[in-house]
Design a protein around this ligand. Sequence first.
Ligand code: SF4
Length: 196
Amino acid sequence: MPTITRRDLLKAGVAGAGALAAAGLGFDVAVAQSTTVKQNLRISGAKESHSVCPYCAVGCSLVAYTRQNTDGSVQLLQIEGDPDSPVNEGRLCPKGATAMQLATSPRRVESPLYRAAGATGWKNVSWEFALNKIAQNVKASRDATFVATDGNGNTVNRTEGIAFAGGAAFSSEEGYFATKLMRGLGLVFLEQQARV
Ligand code: SF4
């Protein structure tokens, strides 16, 4: 008797439930099934690599399907939730479901953008320019707004003119590092997206 894995069960359950719901809503189940077949053909024989969604600390697992082309290059075919993961059981939130675009979108921003004071548009700049500009602005703002003592004469040493917001793609280590750096500069206004 063939062994049915948890993964097979999840796939069958999702496909069956999806077909029933789609039929009830008036969608063309045959079209949906043919799309699934095409998708399966597309990743048939592809190499499966397991990874973790980079967007937040929930840590949902991903499966990336790749194929090596005849010229030796590797093509990313598909990224989807890993049904074997106890964290997300094959599901991804809308943000995680765009992981493929993170790698392949032609609209991805690949260099720093700078909009000068008074300018109406952004321009591409080098990392050296961007980092120097940030360092200069941080220094100028910190010098201008640093508070050494409060109204009662207590030593507070805080920088009130700068706030910091961490991105959702931070790992725990990056969040720790950013917090240490910002506290070292005296910042008190720290926020972090996806503090889960
Ligand atoms: S962003 Fe969404 S898919 Fe990615 S780890 Fe967080 S909850 Fe999971």
